[in-house]
Write a new protein. Structure first.
Length: 365
């Protein structure tokens, strides 16, 4: 079986800017490099322009489901890879109706697994399930779902330290320290952002007079965050800088990145110190000696290390800022560690083997 015989459809809810969508972008790019035919479907969004730069066909299935099915058949797609809930449910129905094998990657704890199990039984679909972290794999096992652990891959050609003039355009003095929080501003990630803003407003701006705090990302609660920054706090040292497609540049001008999951990995690839704060709790400054444990918790996006509260957030950021000299020393060491497991080309090879296994099981090729 050859890689070029695989014709895979990536299913997204929309071409939004987020960790899952960025993962699909990197995976698509690497699969194309390895000779796989890739097709991507989703509702239009800000990331679509970047997908359009890749040599793959794109379809917006929002208003023409019948035309979408015909498009799938015309392009002789022989594998569907789902990633999110809404499009994932649609992918299950398509897999059944068009008799196309299914791969389903679970990227977080926000999936309704009993509902997914019900759909799989109803439509007689048996996908290979992938979990992107060890906590997710354990959670799925408790729910009675067998999964294969394959982490999200990071494209080292895109995510690396670089020179950038963003500080100038953001009116940040050269010697100031920049802390970046990058996330989709919804649900728990919105709550984290709110708590971070309160931490800077009440304590950290006063303690560290040369720090600037940047918030990047979009989502349902964006306007609330902007209102809090520009109407309540009203400090030139805190900025909301919007949904971004220039994350490597942003990471590169930052002295610390507050983040979790994929954002944390991308920042480490860009040799930036990470203060891990995620949906499940607070991990703190990631170092070579605690990196293995940070992964076990997926930077506290999927498992709690310390409770998520104002005091712990302030302490985590404060400890990071006070360890500045040491943190930059070990940033290069951390990058070497993550490259061994998370470099996109290596992860893509694992995904390809899963594709081949599924296609052989189904005797499609």
């Amino acid at each position: 079986m050859h890689d070029k015989d695989i014709r895979v459809l990536m299913m997204l809810d929309a071409f939004d800017i987020g960790g899952t969508e960025t993962h699909v972008l990197s995976l698509t790019n690497e699969l194309l490099k390895q000779g796989v035919s890739v097709f991507v479907a989703g509702v239009d969004g800000p990331l679509k322009n970047i997908f359009n730069t890749l040599p793959c066909e794109i379809y917006n299935y929002q208003n023409n489901k019948q035309g979408f099915e015909e498009w799938i058949q015309i392009n002789k797609i022989n594998l569907i890879h789902a990633h999110l809930e809404s499009s994932g449910r649609y992918a299950v129905r398509l897999s059944h109706k068009l008799n196309i094998p299914l791969i389903y990657t679970i990227h977080g704890f926000y999936y309704d697994i009993p509902k997914l199990q019900y759909l799989l039984i109803k439509y007689f679909v048996q996908p290979i399930i992938i979990g992107i972290s060890k906590p997710i794999q354990k959670w799925l096992e408790k729910e009675g779902v067998y999964s294969i652990y394959v982490p999200n891959g990071i494209d080292m050609n895109e995510f690396h330290a670089k020179q950038s003039n963003l500080r100038v355009s953001l009116n940040i003095p050269e010697k100031s320290k920049v802390i970046l929080y990058a996330s989709r501003l919804e649900d728990k990630k919105y709550e984290i952002c709110k708590q971070l803003l309160k931490a800077f407003e009440n304590k950290l701006l006063k303690e560290f007079p040369n720090i600037h705090f940047l918030v990047a990302g979009g989502g349902k609660k964006t306007e609330l965050i902007k209102k809090h920054i520009y109407e309540k706090i009203q400090s030139k040292r805190i900025q909301y800088i919007g949904n971004r497609v220039d994350m490597p540049d942003l990471f590169s001008i930052s002295d610390f990145v507050v983040g979790t999951g994929r954002v944390a990995l991308e920042a480490i690839f860009c040799e930036r110190p990470v203060i891990a704060i995620g949906s499940a709790g607070i991990f703190g400054l990631v170092k070579p000696e605690n990196f293995k444990k940070a992964l076990e918790y997926y930077f506290c996006d999927h498992k709690c290390y310390q409770p998520l509260n104002q005091i712990n957030i302030i302490n985590a950021v404060r400890k990071g800022l006070l360890s500045e000299g040491q943190s930059f020393h070990f940033s290069k060491v951390l990058k070497q560690q993550v490259q061994k497991r998370f470099e996109a080309s290596l992860v893509t090879k694992e995904i390809l083997e899963i594709y081949k296994k599924k296609l052989q099981e189904e005797e499609v090729l």
